[in-house]
Design a binder for this molecule. Structure first.
Ligand SMILES: O=C(CO)[C@H](O)[C@H](O)COP(=O)(O)O
Length: 232
């Protein structure tokens, strides 16, 4: 097994120690979250009682295949804990998420949870968010106008950077919610809150990958071991 996967498993195993009998869980998306699903499935198959809301069709499929019991936010609108990966995490536990395209459901599920734990390897920890391109989920209608409005809004925030429509197999990538994703490369996002407010003011923007104030702890796996970052 390669080192990168070992770190993901180590972070996932640590996050599993936060899971209690009877918990209603939000279950994240991505390769790190999938390691959590595998470990969670082992526990569930041993009789440990949990129920989960998956944050993507991909995670739902894996959970079903492995035997993790699932529910929906219609049946279970209030969750105890969400465990999810991230593309970047900074010192106050603000995140960039959405590299896997699941940001909208991930944010809805995180917001429905009493707490959120991020699992990641050390490479995801940054001083300032923005090295990873920020995913912005947009309605398919009016794409050109929405991209123009995003350009204008980000320049008013003092940011510059290319916007790229995410593609898959040569066609626009479509999210589980039926939207497109625009990836915005800023390099640095010194004030994520200002950018978040500016993006939400654009009608065609459905959601963006800045997760601010949603995470209570980040379990970070490095070659020296595991450390847990708590929100200051
Ligand atoms: O936000 C996400 C999916 O939308 C993922 O959590 C993020 O992309 C991290 O993925 P990975 O664990 O594969 O690095």
């Amino acid at each position: 097994m390669d080192e990168a996967r070992k770190l993901k498993i180590a972070a996932a195993a640590e996050a599993l120690t936060y899971v209690r009998q009877g918990m209603r869980l939000g279950i994240g998306t991505g390769s790190t979250a999938e390691e959590f699903v595998r470990l969670l499935a082992e526990k569930a198959n041993e009789g440990f009682r949990i129920i989960g809301v998956p944050t993507s069709e991909r995670t739902a499929k894996l959970c079903s295949e492995l035997g993790v019991p699932l529910t929906t936010l219609e049946e279970t609108p209030h969750l105890d804990l969400t465990v999810d990966g991230a593309d970047e995490v900074n010192g106050d536990l603000s995140l960039i998420k959405g590299g896997g395209g699941a940001l909208l459901r991930e944010k809805i599920v995180a917001a429905a949870s009493d707490s959120m734990i991020v699992i990641a390897d050390e490479s995801k920890v940054v001083e300032t968010l923005g090295r990873f391109p920020l995913p912005i989920e947009v309605n398919r209608f009016g794409l050109g106008a929405t991209m123009r409005a995003i350009e204008l809004a980000v320049s008013q925030c003092g940011l510059a950077g290319g916007l790229i429509l995410r593609l898959k197999d040569g066609a626009p990538f479509v999210t589980d919610g039926g939207h497109y994703i625009v990836d915005a490369s800023f390099g640095r996002i010194p004030d994520p809150k200002i950018l978040s407010t500016a993006l939400f003011a654009i009608p065609g923007v459905v959601e963006h990958g800045l997760f601010i104030g949603l995470t209570q702890a980040a379990v970070i796996a490095g070659t020296d071991g595991i450390r847990t970052m708590n929100r200051p």
